[in-house]
Ligand binder design. Sequence first.
Ligand code: TYM
Length: 333
Amino acid sequence: MVNTGKKTIFSGVKPSGDLHLGNYLGALSQWVELQDQYDCIFCVVDYHAITVKQDPADLNRRTLEIVKHYLASGINPERSIIFQQSDVTEHTELAWILNCVARMSDLNKMTQFKDKAGENQENVSVGLFDYPALMASDILLYQTDAVPVGDDQVQHVELTRTLARRFNQQFSEVFKIPEVVIRKEGARIMALDDPAKKMSKSGQGAAGYIALADTPEEAEKKIMRAVTDSGDSVIYDKEQKPALANLLTIYSLLDHTPIKDLEASYRGKGYAEFKHDLAGVVKKFLAGYHLKFNCFRDEDVKEILKQGMAKAQPLARETIAKAKRAIGININR
Ligand code: TYM
C-alpha cells in the first residue's frame, strides 16, 4: 500500500439501516472498478452511525455486515484496506483539530443536516451537526486524492477541501486537497415510490428501496409496484419522466447495457414489459449477490478488519503527527 506510486482513494459507509441498491450503484460498485487504478482504503464509519441512536448489538452486527457487503460487491482485501473507523483513534483526534478550524457558518450550510434534523434541530445530537468534521478527518488522514461517493455526499467533500485549504494556509502544508468522484449515472438513485426523493436506508418505507438483503421475490414485487410516469413509452427523460429515468438507470447499471440500447430495445413496448424484465435483472443480481455475501463468516471479517487496522494506523499516525506539529502540539517529542 505504501509507495506504490498510485493515487489514494478513501470512502466509507455508515453501519446504520439496511444497505440498498442506491448505496451499491452510487458507491460500492464504483469502488470496485477503481481498485485497479488506485490504492484504496474503505472504512466502516461506525462513529458516524452513533450520531443518531443505535442499538449496541445491532451496531456491532451491522459493522460486520457492511464488510460482507464490501466483499460481496468485489472489494478485494488483498488489494484494498478495509477497516473499522473506531479502531484507528486518530480519526476522532483529527476531527477535534478540524472542529477548531471549521466555523459554525460552514456547518450551518450543510443541507444533509437540515434534512436529517428537520424541525427537530434543537434536540438532535451535537454529533449529527458536527459529523462533516469527522468525515473530513476520515478523508484527510490518508492524504487522499479522490473520494468516490454518491451525490448526497458531495457537499461534505467540498467542506473537506475548504477545511484542508484553511488549515494549510493557517499553519503549514499538511493535507492533500481531495477531489470528489461521482458516477455520471447512478450518483443519485431515487426512491421507487417517489422519484423526487433519493433512495435512502432511513426515513423511508420499505417500498421505496431495494435492500441488498431483500429476497429476489421481495425485490420483484417492489419493482412491479414502483411508480411510473404518464405515457407508456420507455424513454430516458429526467425532467418529464423521472421515475422511468431512475428505473432505466438501475437497469443499465446492473445489466451493463447503455441506456440508449435499452431505449431501442423497448421501442414500441410498454412499461409493463420493461418492469417485468427489470425485475428479472434485479432478481438475478440479488441471487448472485446473496451467494457471495453468505460465503463470508464473521471470523473471516474480524480478521480482515484486524489486518486493515494494522495497515491504516501507520498512515493515520503519520498525518496526525504532522498536523499536531503544525499547530504547535508535541513539537519537542
Ligand atoms: P452513507 O453510509 O449514507 O452512504 C454510503 C454511500 O452510498 C451513497 N448513497 C447513494 N448513492 C446513490 N444513490 C443513493 N440513493 C444513495 N444513497 C447513498 C452515499 O453517497 C455514500 O457514498 N457520510 C457518509 C459516510 C462517510 C464517508 C466518509 C464517505 C463517512 N466518512 C469519508 C466518504 C469519505 C455517509 O453517510 O454515507
